[in-house]
Write a protein that binds this ligand. Structure first.
Ligand code: ZN
Length: 61
């Protein structure tokens, strides 16, 4: 299970998401950046910043 907290990249934001697939977590995070933070241009550096902040989490039973 992969988890991403937007607050690690955008201080003060408490949005987070988790999914089995890292690609899906990144897709959702980018969608969130567009909708919540007005980032219309998603740069490769931003994708890398998101990817580097994704954590592995144990799936809750
Ligand atoms: Zn956010």
């Amino acid at each position: 299970m992969k988890e991403y907290h937007c607050g690690t990249l955008v201080p003060g934001c408490d949005w987070h998401t988790r999914h089995e697939e890292e690609a899906e977590v990144i897709r959702r995070a980018i969608e969130h950046m567009r909708e919540a933070h007005g980032e219309t241009v998603i740069r490769e550096t931003m994708v890398e910043a998101i990817r580097s902040r994704i954590q592995n989490v144990r799936q809750a039973a």
